[in-house]
Ligand binder design. Structure first.
Ligand SMILES: [Zn+2]
Length: 294
C-alpha cells in the first residue's frame, strides 16, 4: 500500500483585480491524493474545474489502478465539484460523512452565485452523488480507511481521511502545508473550533499528512504541518483581538508569514469577510461579496 500526490497549480480567478499587495488573484494550489493497493485505489478530494479533472484522470489512468472510491473531506466545492465526473469515468463510488454530504448540497445551491463567478464556465455539472459508508469506514484491499469527523475547520462539518496502515491523514483543509489559511468561513467567529479539529487529527498520531492546500516543495511531515497550522491560527487570533480593519489583518498576516507563497487571495478574502461581519453583515453575504467583488 502507498500514496501519491498530484499537485495542481493555483488557478487565476475572477474578478481579476490584483490584491492590495499587488499579487495576482489566484485560488489555492491543490494537492490531490491517490491511495493505492496492489490493484485498487482511492482518490481523496477531486479538484474544482473540468480542466483539473482531466489532468487527474490522466494521472489515475497512467497509474493503472482500479479506482473504487472517491472520498470527500468537506463540503467546499473546490474539494468535490468534479467528483461525479471522475466517478463516472472510473466507475467509482463517491463517499463522505452525512454532515459533509449536507454541506455539499448547500454548496451546490450557491455555486451559481459564488463558484461559477470565481471560475466562470470551468466547473462541470456537479450533482451530489456521495453516499455514506457504515461507521464512516470502508476497505481498500482489506485495509481500513476511515472518514473521521472533526467538526469545523475552514468549513463546518469537516472530516479527514485516516489510513492507519500508512500512518497517513489526508487532511483536506483541517491542516494547511505552507499556505495562508482560509479564516473567512467557519473561523469567522473564532478559531478555537478549528484548533479542536486539529487536536482530533493529532490524536490519530499520523506520521504523514497531506493538506489539500500548500507548497508543493514541502514534505508531508505531520508534526511540522500541525505545528505550522496551529501557529497560523494562534497569530490570526492574536491580531483579531485588536479588531483590525481588513487591510490591517491582511498586512499583518503577510508580514508575519513572509515565506508563505500561496493563499494570499484567501488571506484577503478572509480579512474582508471578518471585517464585514464585525460591521454587522451576516457571514454568508459577507463571504460572497468578499469573493465576488474586487
Ligand atoms: Zn475548504
Amino acid at each position: 500500500m502507498n500514496y501519491d500526490v498530484l499537485h495542481l497549480e493555483a488557478l487565476p480567478i475572477t474578478p481579476h483585480e490584483p490584491l492590495p499587495n499587488g499579487d495576482e488573484r489566484r485560488f489555492q494550489p491543490m494537492a490531490i491524493t491517490l491511495i493505492s493497493g496492489e490493484n485498487d485505489a482511492v482518490l481523496v478530494d477531486p479538484p474544482t474545474t473540468s480542466g483539473q479533472a482531466a489532468a487527474v484522470a490522466e494521472w489515475i489512468a497512467a497509474g493503472g489502478k482500479n479506482l473504487t472510491h472517491i472520498a470527500i473531506t468537506h463540503g467546499h466545492g473546490d474539494h468535490w465539484f468534479t467528483a461525479d465526473l471522475l466517478a463516472r469515468r472510473f466507475g467509482a463510488t463517491v463517499v463522505a460523512t452525512a454532515e459533509t454530504i449536507a454541506h455539499m448540497r448547500q454548496q451546490a445551491g450557491i455555486r451559481e452565485f459564488l463558484w461559477d463567478v470565481t471560475f466562470p464556465g470551468q466547473i462541470p455539472a456537479a450533482p451530489v452523488t456521495a453516499v455514506t459508508v457504515p461507521d464512516n469506514k470502508f476497505l481498500l484491499e482489506g485495509y481500513e480507511i476511515s472518514l473521521v469527523p472533526v467538526g469545523a475547520s475552514d468549513a463546518e462539518d469537516s472530516s479527514v481521511v485516516h489510513v492507519p496502515e500508512l500512518g497517513l491523514v489526508v487532511a483536506g483543509d483541517v491542516l494547511y502545508n505552507g499556505a495562508h489559511m482560509y479564516i473567512g468561513d467557519a473561523a469567522v467567529d473564532g478559531v478555537q473550533r478549528w484548533r479542536d479539529a486539529i487536536a482530533v487529527v493529532a490524536a490519530l498520531h499520523p506520521r504523514h499528512v497531506v493538506a489539500s492546500h500548500g507548497d508543493r516543495d514541502l514534505d508531508h511531515d505531520a508534526d511540522r504541518i500541525i505545528a505550522g497550522s496551529l501557529a497560523y491560527l494562534d497569530y490570526a487570533e492574536s491580531v483579531l483581538a485588536g479588531k483590525p480593519s481588513a487591510h490591517e489583518l491582511f498586512d499583518a498576516l503577510l508580514k508575519r508569514f513572509p515565506d508563505l507563497r500561496y493563499g494570499t487571495t484567501l488571506a484577503w478574502v478572509g480579512a474582508r469577510t471578518i471585517a464585514a461581519v464585525r460591521d454587522g453583515q451576516d457571514r454568508p453575504t459577507a463571504a460572497l461579496l468578499a469573493w465576488t467583488t474586487a
